[in-house]
Every structure is written in structure tokens, then in C-alpha cells.
Design a protein around this ligand. Structure first.
Ligand code: UDP
Length: 493
């Protein structure tokens, strides 16, 4: 009887710990992966900063999204070490990473050592974002494998990975310490090609490499941190990327030469939707927004003619100066097209009260400004004809899945490379790059909504179809995900 009892005892499934950078885009991607793993019968704990967890609890209902998985999904928290009133946006997001590096190690160790599983396995594998290598010695000591999930594109991960080669070729640093920002951007040298990133020799100009690589001093702590952390990806058991083979195949092949165990499983948000559908689970819009979503914009969109509105959003981190805000506003108004524009409460540098009243009055005639929207619903609305975006990777993928032409104004990080690929490789949008000028904005809005829309739309629809194919049964992302889940299952043996 004793043996029989042992045989019938059900072993709890593998338990995966997921550790994202606690920022909106990263958390969105990682929660999508978390839900996919729960759907596949695995147990998941997501590790958030307590600050981010509080914001999620305020505005998004993680409970209703994950309640169907019962105890399979849990949240754990650690402190990011920053005071509550730290802005955590714009260029200051680097503080989060640097601070977590300082305070995260001991907290992570305590968490791993105290975790009793509560009826679940002990953690059998760690999935982490690209900047938390302080977790590596802890899991290595415990014999737990770790996997990197970089929530950026393959086309921006690859130049990050090649940064030493870029430095050796003298293509970085770019900027003289004493130069002011304006002269720097206007410099002709920014148009020189970067020839040290294999496969991208004819594509990347200096202004297209990831913005964190364009430093004035290679000893800059943020830059050094990204450089060393990225190199450590090769130590991981595997690398997950939220992309698909038909979108980034050649770049993925380059990365595979160094990291053969590479799983492209995106676009994750639509992969998740399709798996929910496959299992007959109704998937209404589930938010993981840090801000309150303004749903009134959907009724407003309902009242607009098809393809008549340009949707404008610069994501969760971008901050505009008042001058930039005005250039966009004049450009949009003068284009003659109607706009729906997300202006986050914390996204304008300086005192909001100083923003001219003309903005509010003029906006009433030409469009709608809101603080935060359910973006996937907005992009999928038939009134939206184009997407003016900062080229964050989640936004780019959400645009690709819908097949909406994009106008790109990259702000920083990976966005400068994404926008280059949108315009020059996939040809599904136009790239404004580092210019912010009302005349140019007006012209480019007219192009993306008017004269060039058909041509861009055709390519965008083609890519949207390839995205759908990738996540359907037999598609590349579908099969890669199955392989990945098999790998996770093998981690408890
Ligand atoms: N987003 C949203 N509502 C908005 C603006 C953005 O839900 O009003 C979501 C968007 O759908 C995307 C994420 O916020 O999933 C932004 O991530 P992305 O990688 O595009 O940019 P980041 O914010 O990291 O710069």
C-alpha cells in the first residue's frame, strides 16, 4: 500500500519565478508569459517591486485576470530602494535598475531561501529580465537554471550584444562631453554608418543604434551596467524574445551563433489570446495598466469615420518638453487630421499649468487628449488609420498585429533601432527619428494618413498575417513555445 500511495501522489508542476524590470512595458510582456505558463499547467510567481505592485493593484485587476488559475499564480515583492516620490519615468528610469542592483541581491536571496512553496514545488527555474545578474549567484548556488527574457526586439538586442565590437571600431563614444545636445544631433557624423554590427552594416547609422549606447563616455555607469549585463545573457540556459521568425529571422540567426538556445515566441499578447481561445476561455480585455484607463475614448472613436483618426502615444516612460509638446500639437492640428493623443499626467517636463490654453481649446475641435487608454482596443478600432508612436517594443508589436501604419518618434533605449526597422526593413511606417519640428510632423502625418497610407498598409497587413501565422498551430512561435514549456517541465526532473 505504501508504494501504491507514492505512485498516486501527484507531483506539483514546475514552479517558475519571473522577474521583470518593474516598468510598464516589461511587466506587460512578462505577465503575458506568466499567463501562458499558467495556461500550460505550470506554477508561476512574478516578482515585482512593491511600488509597482501597489500601482497595479490601484488600476488593474490582476485578481480577476488570474483568479481562474487559483494558486498557480502568485505575486512576490521586493523593494526597489527608491523613495515613493521618485518620478520613475523619463531618463530617471535608469535609477530603478541601478538601485535594484544595490538593494536587490540580499532581498532576492532571502526570498529564495525562505520560499517554502506553499504546496508548490520550490522554484525550478528563474526567468529574468536582462539587467538583474545579482540573482545569478543565488540561483547557481541552489542549482536552479536561469533563462533571460529580454522584452526588447531582437534588432535592438543584437547591437547591445555587439557593443564591445562597436567600441573597438571607434563608432562609440559619439559625443564630445562639452557639446550641447542640439549641435550633437545636427552633426553629420550621426548619419555615418555603423559597420561593426554583423548583418546590419548597410542599415544602422549612428543615430539608429540603441540610444543607451550613444554615450559620451564609455565609463558611464549606466552604459557599463548594460554592457556587462547583456554579455551575461550567454551564460543563461536559454534566451526568450518576444518576436517571431518572419519578422526578425536574419537577426535571430545572428544571435543564435552566440546563444543557440533562443526561443522566439511572440507576439506574446496575441499568442496568449489565441491560446485562451484554443482552450475555450473567454478573454475580455484584461488590463495591467499602471494608470487608470480612460474608456470614454472608445465611444469617441465610435463617432469617427473609419481610418480617420491618428492615434498618438509615446508609451509609459517618455517625457516631453513643453516645446516638443507644442511642436507635436501644431503639427497634428495643421495636418488637418483628427487625433487621439495620450498625454500621461507625468509626461510633460515642468509645470503643466504653463501649457497654453490654445492646446485645450484647439484640441476640442481637432481631437481628444486623454491620460491613458486601453491601447490594444484603440489600435484595433476601425476609426484608427495610423499610429504615431515612440516605437517601444510592445507598442510596435501591438501595431504590427493590427496591421496599422506607424509614424515613429523614438525617444530612447531600443526605440531608435526599432523605428529604423519599421521604416527601412519592414516598410510599415515612417521614421521621424530625432527631429521634432511642426512642419515635418504635419508633412509626415499627412503622408502616413494620406498619400503613403496604401503602400504602408499593404506591407503592414502582410506582416500582420505573418504574425498570425507564427502563433497558430504549426507556426514558428507556437512550436518554440511548446519546446520552451517542455524545457521548463524538464527542470523538475
Ligand atoms: N499602453 C497602454 N495605454 C496607453 C499607452 C500605452 O495600455 O495609453 C501600453 C501599451 O499597450 C504597451 C505599453 O503600455 O503595452 C508600453 O510599452 P512599450 O514597450 O510600447 O513602451 P514603454 O512604455 O516601455 O516605453
Amino acid at each position: 500500500t505504501k508504494m501504491l500511495k507514492q505512485e498516486t501522489t501527484v507531483t506539483p508542476p514546475p514552479h517558475i519565478l519571473i522577474f521583470p524590470v518593474p516598468l510598464q512595458g516589461h511587466v506587460n510582456s512578462m505577465l503575458n508569459l506568466a499567463e501562458i505558463l499558467c495556461l500550460s499547467g505550470l506554477h508561476v510567481t512574478i516578482l515585482l517591486s512593491d511600488y509597482t505592485h501597489r500601482r497595479l493593484l490601484r488600476h488593474a485587476s490582476l485578481d480577476s485576470r488570474f483568479s481562474r488559475y487559483a494558486t498557480a499564480f502568485r505575486v512576490a515583492t521586493i523593494s526597489d530602494g527608491l523613495p515613493d516620490d521618485h518620478p520613475r519615468s523619463g531618463h530617471r528610469i535608469l535609477d530603478i535598475v541601478l538601485s535594484l542592483k544595490e538593494v536587490g541581491g540580499p532581498q532576492f536571496r532571502r526570498l529564495m531561501e525562505s520560499s517554502d512553496g506553499g504546496g508548490r514545488q520550490r522554484v525550478s527555474c528563474l526567468i529574468m529580465d536582462g539587467v538583474f545578474s545579482f540573482a545569478i549567484p543565488v540561483v547557481e548556488e541552489m542549482g536552479i537554471p536561469f533563462v533571460y527574457f529580454r522584452t526588447i526586439s531582437a534588432c535592438s538586442f543584437w547591437p547591445y550584444f555587439c557593443i564591445q565590437e562597436i567600441i573597438d571600431a571607434g563608432e562609440v563614444p559619439l559625443k564630445d562631453k562639452n557639446e550641447d545636445k542640439l549641435t550633437f544631433w545636427k552633426k553629420k557624423e550621426m548619419d555615418l554608418m555603423v559597420t561593426s554590427v554583423p548583418g546590419m552594416e548597410k542599415l544602422l547609422r549612428r543615430r539608429d543604434i540603441p540610444a543607451f549606447c550613444r554615450v559620451e563616455d564609455v565609463n558611464d555607469p549606466g552604459f557599463q551596467s548594460i554592457k556587462t549585463e547583456t554579455k551575461k545573457t550567454a551564460q543563461a540556459t536559454a534566451l526568450i524574445l518576444n518576436t517571431f521568425e518572419d519578422l526578425e529571422g536574419p537577426v535571430l540567426d545572428q544571435i543564435r551563433k552566440h546563444i543557440p538556445n533562443l526561443y522566439s515566441i511572440g507576439p506574446l499578447h496575441s499568442h496568449l489570446k489565441s491560446l485562451l481561445k484554443e482552450k475555450g476561455i473567454e478573454s475580455s480585455h484584461h488590463s495591467s495598466s499602471f494608470w487608470k484607463e480612460d474608456n470614454t475614448c472608445i465611444a469617441w472613436l465610435d463617432s469617427q469615420p473609419p481610418n480617420s483618426v491618428i492615434y498618438v502615444s509615446f508609451g509609459s516612460i517618455t517625457m516631453l518638453t513643453k516645446d516638443e509638446l507644442l511642436e507635436f500639437w501644431y503639427g497634428l492640428v495643421n495636418s488637418g487630421y483628427t487625433f487621439l493623443w495620450v498625454v500621461r499626467p507625468d509626461s510633460v517636463i515642468g509645470d503643466r499649468d504653463e501649457i497654453p490654453v490654445e492646446i485645450e481649446e484647439g484640441t476640442r475641435l481637432r481631437g481628444l487628449m486623454v491620460e491613458w487608454v486601453p491601447q490594444e482596443l484603440v489600435l484595433g478600432h476601425e476609426s484608427v488609420g495610423a499610429f504615431l508612436t515612440h516605437s517601444g517594443w510592445n507598442s510596435t508589436l501591438e501595431g504590427i498585429v493590427i496591421g496599422v501604419p506607424m509614424l515613429c518618434w523614438p525617444y530612447f533605449a531600443d526605440q531608435t533601432t526599432n523605428s529604423r526597422f519599421v521604416s527601412e526593413v519592414w516598410e510599415i511606417g515612417l521614421d521621424m527619428k530625432d527631429t521634432c519640428d511642426r512642419v515635418l510632423i504635419e508633412r509626415m502625418v499627412r503622408e502616413v494618413m494620406g498619400v503613403r497610407r496604401e503602400e504602408l498598409l499593404k506591407k503592414a497587413c502582410g506582416m500582420a498575417n505573418l504574425a498570425k501565422k507564427a502563433i497558430c498551430e504549426g507556426g514558428s512561435s507556437y512550436m518554440n513555445l511548446n519546446r520552451l514549456i517542455e524545457f521548463f517541465k524538464s527542470t523538475v526532473l
